[in-house]
Every structure is written in structure tokens, then in C-alpha cells.
Design a protein around this ligand. Structure first.
Ligand code: HEM
Length: 325
């Protein structure tokens, strides 16, 4: 009898271990007893900032993505310093640091030394999507903050010039498949980019001096008007021309119709595996019958938010998000 009990308990512990391991040792509601107001504090901070400036939502979502792809989701992107990640070229346009700092200050007075900056960022990204009329989900928490942040490691990040092969490889290196790639890039349904990151597609893209032939002709004229050859390279343009503050599937319809802004986004339509996923999200009938973006985005986000997380006794709980203790 006793033996059977021990055996059952053993199997149960193993199963739970496997389950938890799938999310890198994280669990939903990690703070529910040790800092019950943690999630609500992050939410109210993001919400207050969002009311003043809704473009903070895409900023926070991208910040979390860039955190996860370098040293795992450990808040390393938040650390300041001349040789820190934050100073690497692909990170210069990141926004939303002050929102995370604000939430952290409040949480340090509520529950000192308990809530990690990495978790605040993961929760803020979820809240940002929700506030933009996107889906919501339970974020597994329990991440600890890393102590390493090096700009030289930012080469893991993606470039808008990356081919589909490179995009696929960089995502695969993080345990993410084609389905995750297309779904997560769907984050470009909100937010903007600088003219400088895609203007090369509008003029002299090919040796004959033409624009990128995959750009829809009508849209090409509009983009050229927004970004003239010698105009301001830092001018902001919506990544989803139809609804830049609404988290919906119009980004995928735009990719299908040659209305993608970033070259990397438009390349998702040029590969048979990724284009069928784009088509699935974009098409009304197939979208209804097939995979739905609103259901798939949370799943892929939970995967991305678990990349290389530090848990248990690894890392630390930073006192201030911009520097190690
Ligand atoms: C192949 C992969 C990706 C590439 C090449 C890429 C590249 C870019 C570039 C160049 C920008 C414009 C930055 C600027 O002009 O300031 C941008 C913006 C953005 N990216 Fe991505 N990205 C990728 C994947 C993702 C993923 C996986 C997410 C999140 C899950 C994401 C979220 C965002 C958001 C929300 C913005 C708008 C930021 C804002 O308005 O401030 N991106 N991305």
C-alpha cells in the first residue's frame, strides 16, 4: 500500500515536472501568494500609459521579443550601459523602458525583491496586446533576471533584410517553428517602422533601377509619397496600413496582397510553407475553418516567453530594472 502511494506520488511529481519543464520551470499565478497584486500593478501601469499614448503597446511587445532572443527572457535588454544589449543597433529604436521602470518602482514598495523585471516585461507585453483589442492569456511567471547584457550578442536578433531561410533558422535556434514564426511576426499588426528600414525597396531595388517587384503597384505609390528618396529617414510608417493600432488579421491580408512594408514580412508570402500559414490567417473562410490568429498568437507567445528563462536560484531579482544588483 505504502509502496503504491510512493510510486503514484513519484509518477505524479515526474509528470508535473515535465509539464512545468515545457515552460522552462515557469507557472501561471507564480505571484498569487507572494505578491498578490503583482499582475494588477503591471496592468494598471501599462493601461495608464496606454491612455496617454496608445503607441506604447507595440513598443512593449517588441521590447519583450528583443529581450527573449538574446540571453533568454531575463530582462537583459533593460540594462543600460555603453556595451549593453540596449545599445546594439537593432535595439536603438526600442521603446517602453520607462513603463517597466515605473511598474518596478511600485512593485518594490509593495513586495521588495520579489517580482522580476523579466516577468514585468512578459506581463506588460500581454497587457499591451489585450489593450490593442487583441487576445489575452495567462502568462506563466517565475522568471529571474539575468546579470549579463552584451551588445555583441544582439546578432541573434532579426533584420528586416533577412531572407525566409535566415528568419526560419533564427527562430528554429530558439525552438520556434514556421507556425510560430508567421504567428509571432503577426505582431506587426500593430506599430510602425522608420522609412530608413524599407526605403531601399521603393527605389533602385533591382539592377534595372526598379522598385521591389513584390510590392503592390498602388501601395508602392503611397509608400513613395510617404518616404521620398531624400526625405527624413526617421519618418514613421504603419506596419499594417489598414489598422496600425488594432490587433487583427489585416496584417496577413496585406502580406497576401503585396502590401507588406518590411521586406522580411513580404518574404513570408514567397515561401510555400509560410505563405500557406499567412493565407490561413488572412482568408475569411479558411481563416474560420483553419487556425485562428487570436487563438494561435497566445500559444506562440507563451513559447517565445519561455526561451532560456532563468528560474529557481538562477539569476537574481533586480532592485532597479536598468542595472544589475
Ligand atoms: C523576422 C522577424 C522580425 C523582424 C525582421 C522584425 C523587424 C522589425 C523592424 C525593422 C521594426 C521597425 C522598428 C523601427 O522602425 O523602430 C519592427 C517593429 C515591430 N516589431 Fe518586429 N520584427 C520581427 C519579429 C517580431 C516579433 C516576433 C515581434 C513580437 C512578438 C515583433 C514586434 C514588433 C512590433 C510590435 C513592432 C512595432 C514597434 C513600434 O511601433 O515601436 N516583431 N520589427
Amino acid at each position: 500500500m505504502e509502496m503504491a502511494l510512493i510510486l503514484t506520488l513519484g509518477i505524479w511529481t515526474l509528470l508535473m515536472g515535465l509539464l512545468v519543464h515545457g515552460q522552462g520551470g515557469l507557472k501561471t499565478g507564480f505571484y498569487s501568494s507572494i505578491c498578490p497584486n503583482a499582475e494588477a500593478t503591471v496592468r494598471s501601469t501599462v493601461e495608464a500609459q496606454f491612455k496617454r499614448d496608445p503607441t506604447i503597446a507595440p513598443g512593449l511587445l517588441r521590447l519583450h521579443f528583443h529581450d527573449c532572443f538574446v540571453q533568454g527572457c531575463d530582462g537583459s535588454v533593460l540594462i543600460s550601459g555603453s556595451s549593453a544589449e540596449r545599445n546594439a543597433l537593432p535595439n536603438l529604436g526600442l521603446r517602453g523602458f520607462e513603463v517597466i521602470d515605473d511598474a518596478k518602482t511600485q512593485l518594490e514598495s509593495l513586495c521588495p525583491g520579489v517580482v522580476s523585471c523579466a516577468d514585468i516585461l512578459a506581463l506588460a507585453a500581454r497587457d499591451a496586446v489585450d489593450l490593442s483589442n487583441g487576445p489575452s492569456w495567462s502568462v506563466p511567471t517565475g522568471r529571474r533576471d539575468g546579470r549579463i547584457s552584451l551588445s555583441s550578442e544582439a546578432s541573434n536578433l532579426l533584420s528586416p533584410l533577412d531572407s525566409i531561410t535566415v528568419q526560419r533558422q533564427k527562430f528554429a535556434d530558439k525552438g520556434l517553428n514556421d507556425q510560430d514564426l508567421v504567428t509571432l511576426v503577426g505582431a506587426h499588426t500593430i506599430g510602425q517602422t522608420d522609412c530608413q528600414f524599407f526605403r531601399y525597396r521603393l527605389y533602385n531595388f533591382t539592377t534595372t533601377g526598379n522598385a521591389d517587384p513584390t510590392i503592390n503597384q498602388v501601395y508602392l505609390g503611397q509608400l513613395q509619397a510617404l518616404c521620398p528618396p531624400n526625405g527624413d529617414g526617421s519618418k514613421r510608417v504603419a506596419l499594417d496600413k489598414d489598422s496600425q493600432s488594432n490587433f487583427d488579421v489585416s496584417f496577413f491580408k496585406n502580406i497576401r496582397d503585396g502590401n507588406g512594408v518590411l521586406e522580411s514580412d513580404q518574404r513570408l508570402w514567397g515561401d510555400s510553407a509560410t505563405s500557406s500559414i499567412v493565407q490561413n490567417y488572412a482568408g475569411t473562410i479558411r481563416g474560420l475553418l483553419g487556425l485562428r490568429f487570436n487563438l494561435e498568437f497566445p500559444k506562440s507567445m507563451i513559447k517565445m516567453s519561455s526561451i532560456g528563462v532563468k528560474t529557481g536560484t538562477e539569476g537574481e531579482i533586480r532592485k532597479v530594472c536598468s542595472k544589475v544588483n
